[in-house]
Design a protein around this ligand. Structure first.
Ligand SMILES: O=C(O)CCCC[C@@H]1SC[C@@H]2NC(=O)N[C@@H]21
Ligand code: NA
Length: 579
């Protein structure tokens, strides 16, 4: 039975569950607006009084960068291209170890309230402002995408009014973020992450059952060639290989979990450095679980639909919309489950958007406004932070439309944004932390160079992309993807691009690494040309003794002579245990 889209409607139970999610999130926001210090100081509103334990912080860290984009985009990726993307899980090891043992110690011991304060301590106010503006640009675009993704997908399948859901999501989120500050954002993240995981598990259980059981699913997926082997092709222009995902992904993880304000703010809101490091460790299993759930969902979707063409039932030709169609098709007849999955989708979106709002308000206050108006009263500053949360909320609704124009699958757009903008910011922090000689001019030149390179390659790739097959109806047998407009399987032979074409076809998984290294390279050259800083003149605690740590086997005196960089100030012995 092929339910046509307008039949994929919700029962009253579904609407009740979805409304319940929005209501619960609002309730948590109101609770934190009326409890504790009642959000009267920026320390509480923006940093939760630095009182958080590692469990809520770790779940909130996941929630920040696991939105509807991943819930929809990863299954679509697996359905279309197989499980190669799953290798990004290998990047989570180094991707979280370095933030836990390098970025957190440096940033936590400096007692910052915004990640970009580090840039002023290490370089200059100008570098801090440029870093902050770059982060604001990245986050506003990313937020637009996160609001747009679930609304677009739902509209494509159920015909629910696009802007209705966008407005509902945006307003509820702006409300509880403005009312309850970081405490509300973290505790709603905890609640929403639980809803997100349970929604995905429900779809997987019902999906396997509806497709004839695990062995049937495995047989279809194996025959369909969807289980990708280890693709060790070193070619950096190949979209997804072990290297682009496991190595390129490490830089992406450092950009997100090491120096991104949303995550740094959570580390700083922890009650001790040990708690922050532990919360970073606790991210690893949950991130692997999130990745596994979305990949398995894509495999089940392939097993269920391979060879069948459902594109005529969607108002969109993107594999992203296929995911929602698959979910609604599987969950029809189980009253409440479609509502649970929609709640899962919007939980993923809300938890990311609220983190983004709150971090935008924080950096705007701490990095742009307070330094200009140091005499501002605490009350006025907190009121302004709330006004900012509202302003950014409305701004990202506008951005939702812009991301609609970026084409591609929502997952690719997100990965490109993080690569193009997150990479240069990562480079700026690495330049500061690992190269004592880098000076403010070098830092600014490095950031400008890195951003120019990433926009050159990013926009070049969008303008030069060869139009992919219109809709993909994967063939059950040999794993070929055939274009449904032509009955025969279209085997696209990619001619080897040369010169600039090759540069434009660099895999977006390498954007973070490529731009990060470029910023460091340019930054060092300009620093040496304009007079490098002597180690002893660097603000203490802003340089990580990378050489000292790497040469740990050398005796102390040799290390001092070699690295001559003062070690990090010792961590104050913390007594608290994890929650
Ligand atoms: O889901 C999103 O909003 C962003 C897409 C995934 C972003 C990266 S991919 C590696 C890391 N793992 C996650 O779950 N999110 C980040
Ligand atoms: Na999220």
């Amino acid at each position: 039975m092929d339910p046509s889209p307008h039949k994929l409607l919700f029962t009253a139970v579904d609407y009740a569950i979805f409304a319940g999610l929005l209501g619960a999130s609002l309730a948590i926001g109101v609770y934190y607006a009326l409890s504790g210090g009642r959000q009267r100081t920026t320390q509480e509103f923006l940093l939760a009084d630095r009182s958080m334990g590692c469990l809520p912080v770790s779940l909130s860290l996941i929630a920040s960068f696991q939105s509807a984009v991943a819930i929809i985009g990863v299954p679509a990726e697996i359905y279309t291209h197989g499980t190669q993307y799953w290798f990004i899980g290998c990047a989570y090891i180094l991707g979280l170890l370095v933030p836990a043992h390098v970025f957190i110690p440096v940033l936590y011991r400096l007692k910052l309230s915004s990640a970009y304060q580090y840039l002023e301590l290490r370089f200059s106010k100008a570098v801090r402002i440029c870093g902050t503006l770059t982060f604001i640009f990245q986050t506003v675009v990313y937020m637009g995408l996160c609001i747009y993704a679930p609304a677009f997908a739902l509209n494509a399948v159920t015909g629910i009014k696009l802007w209705g859901t966008v407005l509902a999501t945006g307003l509820v989120c702006t409300l509880y973020t403005t009312l309850g500050g970081l405490k509300a954002v973290i505790w709603t993240d905890v609640f929403q992450t639980v809803v997100m995981f349970s929604g995905q598990v429900a779809v997987i259980v019902v999906g396997v059952y509806q497709t004839g059981g695990p062995s049937e699913v495995w047989k279809k997926v194996w025959e369909g060639g969807r289980i990708s082997g280890l693709n060790l092709n070193p070619d950096p222009t190949e979209r997804h290989t072990f290297w682009t995902l496991a190595l390129g992904g490490v830089f992406l993880m450092w950009a997100l979990y090491g120096v991104n304000q949303s995550q740094v703010q959570r580390y700083l809101s922890s009650r001790s450095e040990r708690e922050a490091v532990r919360s970073c460790y606790m991210v690893f299993p949950s991130l692997q679980l999130a990745l596994a759930l979305s990949c398995v969902m894509g495999l089940i979707m392939f097993a269920r639909y391979c060879g069948e063409d459902h594109s005529h039932q969607l108002q969109s030709t993107k594999a992203d919309a296929m995911v929602i169609y698959f979910v609604m098709d599987m969950l029809q007849g189980f009253p409440g489950l479609p509502g649970l999955f929609v709640a899962c989708l919007f939980s993923a979106a809300l938890s990311t958007i609220s983190s983004a709002f709150n971090s935008l308000a924080t950096v705007t206050m701490e990095d742009l406004i307070k330094p200009q108006f140091p005499a501002m009263s605490e009350r006025r500053a907190t009121l302004l932070s709330k006004a900012l949360a509202m302003f950014y909320g409305l701004l990202c609704l506008a951005m939702a439309y812009v991301t609609h124009l970026m084409g591609d699958s929502v997952l690719l757009v997100a990965l490109k944004i993080f690569g193009m903008v997150g990479g240069p910011i990562l480079g700026l922090f690495c330049l500061g932390m690992f190269f004592p000689w880098a000076n403010p001019i070098g830092a600014l030149a490095g950031l400008a160079g890195g951003l120019s390179l990433s926009f050159w390659v990013g926009i070049g790739s969008i303008l030069n992309q060869t139009p992919g097959p219109r809709t993909l109806v994967p063939d059950c047998r040999s794993g070929l993807v055939s274009n449904s407009s032509s009955s025969s399987a279209v085997i696209t032979v990619t001619l080897r691009p040369s010169g600039l074409q090759r540069f434009y076809s660099l895999s977006y998984m390498w954007y973070s690494g490529f731009t990060c290294v470029s910023v460091i390279f340019i930054g060092l050259i300009i620093s040496f040309l304009t007079g490098p800083i002597r180690e002893e003149d660097v603000t203490p605690g802003t340089v990580f003794p990378l050489l000292g740590k790497l040469l740990f086997f050398l005796p102390e005196n040799v290390k001092q002579k070699l690295c001559c960089v003062t070690p990090l100030p010792q961590m104050v012995r913390e007594k608290h245990m994890c929650v």
